[in-house]
Design a protein around this ligand. Structure first.
Ligand SMILES: [Cu+2]
Length: 651
């Protein structure tokens, strides 16, 4: 066993060493004259594409423009963000609620954009949290996270979040199999007892709201990646599995024993039939469903108490296993829906399965045995073709609109372009270094826009100015409009740029929200004008309904607060102009600032601990008199009888 570990480590070290010394062979370098022009977006001009790049272990989602690689916004999703007050303000704290309590961090991996008829429609972006299994939905009108839902019976929510052609479902497959239901049992009894849940969440056509429609309780493998069938394979979903050995320790060796693992092909249309026929079991569950209301600017949590579960052994035709070379990672479906690309990390070739052949094999009932009641098809019967020895360590594949596929190779650190159907390698370009995912705008739909390719790299070594032991991770932009790929630029990313989704800016830009309308604000503590601003006391709770407009708070002098009070600042931004947020900060508050958009109300709690007169101020530079946007709160001793009063300019 030890020998195997050493040899895998040796290959990795050798390869990284090799590419580290390689340097660029792109003639004049990536930023030679014409390439620089291709990524140059003149001041004031807009980029052609949006790219939504996951922040990986930052838990967030970052918005970039292509081709410039400029960062526009970090959208907080699964992690608290003091810059925006997300997860700190009373209104947004519920977004991070889970059955494990308040979880202010996650590991965000795979964004995917909503689709209509297999084409990106620019409405929502979904992304998964791996660690405490969740899926989030971001509204692309406001670029805010508006929903998070926890996935019960799941662990390491990795084969997630991918969408079907009409956004009927977003899926969440468990990476780790676990006891279902969770219980106290010996780990050594893993095999045959642990289960892997594949969850299908329905998405409401108008509101976008998610609901767990059903789960399929699969054998105890690891469900790594997934993609929907599309076009001709619409109605199916494909998941790569590894650890079909069902090992529970030293997986780098023990889960690499089988020559082939599986792609699980799930017929979700069939699942709908079984659900309608009542073939499910209802299991008790407890999961948080958090929804942000745009009018009250407030999130709330409801608790799911049960989940409907299908057992594939009792539902013939629901799931089939396609053998695929060992330890596959990516599971990618081409724009026509015919080809399912399985990338065996430890395989010399990239194996492509044929959907048509799969249907024929199922029709002919040609099986090569079964696993836990799920039929296994013959490898040769479902083989569409193989790209022979294209590189080392294939991970992920995306597609352009000309019948080409692009696969990343982690170990040999390159992107390889190959032809669907003929399987010939057409081009290869190095990445700097150790590429994971790649993204072509629309490359995960029936309609890719095959102009640019973004490679997301794990290691950057000598690519940027050093910043101590921690270097940025990075994306690289390639022009793929011609026969040969051309490296155009590098740009650093936040966290780990795990995966990304992109689309033409025109699908999103015209719908972007500019302000929240004050007249529809239904926040219970809103003050819609300075006249409505007031301070009220309920026991030791002091509620300040404060307004802000360039460049003052109302009120800006408050007296009668005492040590031991809990002061709620409910702050409404009265501005009704685009791009005029105000911030709010209070000295000694054990929380973040508030960043409040025009028309919005947000709340922070301040518990003053010391007697004195304490200032507050606006944190977001809002006008020429931004520095004048300030005020004071007088804090008296606990037993004092200073009456509660508030004023603006003495009134
Ligand atoms: Cu201000």
């Amino acid at each position: 066993m030890k020998k195997t570990i050493f040899s895998i480590a040796a290959i990795a070290t050798f390869s990284i060493g090799m590419i580290g010394c390689g340097g660029s062979k792109d003639g004049g370098g990536a930023m030679s004259g014409s390439n620089a022009e291709k990524v140059y977006v003149a001041p004031g001009e807009h980029d052609e594409f949006y790219a939504f790049i996951s922040g990986g272990f930052s838990g967030q989602l970052a918005v970039y423009g292509l081709p410039s690689g400029r960062l526009f916004k970090v959208i907080p999703v699964f992690s608290q963000d003091p810059e925006k007050g997300y997860g700190y303000s009373e209104e947004t704290k519920p977004m991070l609620e889970t059955s494990h309590g308040f979880v202010p961090w996650d590991d965000a991996h795979h964004p995917d954009l909503s689709q209509t008829n297999g084409v990106i429609d620019g409405r929502w972006c979904f992304i998964n949290g791996n660690n405490t299994p969740r899926i989030a939905r971001i509204d692309l009108k406001t670029f805010e996270t508006v929903e998070t839902i926890e996935i019960p019976n799941s662990a390491g929510n990795h084969s997630s979040s991918y969408l079907t052609d009409n956004t009927e479902y977003v899926v969440a497959g468990t990476r780790f199999s676990i006891p279902v239901p969770q219980r106290d049992m010996p780990i050594s009894e893993y095999k045959g007892n642990f289960k892997g849940a594949l969850s299908f969440l329905s998405v409401d056509k108008s509101s976008g709201e998610m609901d767990i429609a059903f789960q399929i309780l699969m054998p105890g493998f690891d469900y790594d990646k997934a993609h929907p069938g599309r076009g001709k394979s619409h109605g199916w979903f494909f998941f790569t599995t590894y650890n079909t050995e069902e090992a529970n320790s030293l997986l780098e060796v023990n889960a690499s024993q089988n020559d082939k693992d599986f792609i699980a092909a799930v017929n979700w249309k069939k699942a709908e039939e079984y659900m309608a026929a009542g073939k499910f079991k209802t299991m008790p569950a407890n999961y948080a469903h958090n929804v942000y209301d745009e009018n009250s600017h407030t999130a709330s949590t409801t608790w799911g108490k049960e989940v409907k579960v299908l057992d594939p052994a009792e539902c013939p035709g629901l799931v089939y296993f396609l053998p695929t070379p060992k330890s596959p990672h990516g599971c990618d479906v081409d724009p026509t829906g015919e080809y399912i690309v399985g990338s065996g990390k430890l395989s010399a070739n990239v194996t492509v399965h044929s959907f048509t052949k799969m249907l024929a094999a199922i029709e002919g009932k040609k099986y090569d045995g079964e696993a836990y009641g799920i039929p296994i098809l013959n490898f040769e019967d479902v083989l569409g073709g193989q790209v022979v020895q294209p590189g080392l360590g294939p991970l992920h594949t995306e597609f352009d609109d000309k019948g080409n596929a692009y696969t990343t190779f982690f170990i040999s650190s390159e992107v390889v372009k190959w032809k669907l159907g003929t399987w010939e390698v057409l081009d290869r370009k190095p990445t700097y270094y150790s590429v994971g995912h790649l993204m072509i705008p629309g490359g995960n739909s029936q309609k890719p826009w095959g102009k640019y390719l973004v490679a997301m790299n794990k290691i950057t070594k000598d690519r940027y100015l050093p910043t101590g032991p921690e270097l940025c991770q990075s994306a690289q932009l390639y022009d793929i409009s011609g026969d040969k790929m051309e490296l155009l630029s590098d740009f650093p990313t936040i966290g780990e740029p795990h995966y990304a989704a992109g689309c033409p800016a025109d699908l999103i830009k015209p719908n972007s929200t500019k302000i929240y309308k004050l007249e529809v604000n239904t926040h219970p503590w809103v003050a819609k004008s300075e006249k409505e601003a007031k301070v009220t006391r309920k026991g030791n709770e002091v509620h300040v309904q404060m307004t802000m407009i360039r460049s003052h708070f109302a009120p800006d002098n408050i007296e009668g607060v005492k040590v031991g009070d809990k002061v709620f600042f409910h702050v409404t931004n009265l501005e009704q102009d685009f791009d005029v947020p105000h911030g709010f900060a209070m000295i000694g508050a054990n929380t973040s600032e508030l960043l409040i958009m025009p028309g919005q109300t947000e709340t922070i709690i301040w518990e003053p601990k010391r007697v004195g007169v304490w200032p507050m101020y606006c944190t977001d530079f809002c006008s020429a008199l931004h520095q004048e946007m300030q005020g004071y709160v007088r804090v008296s001793p606990a037993g004092a009888n200073v009456p509660l009063s508030w004023s603006l300019d003495g009134e």
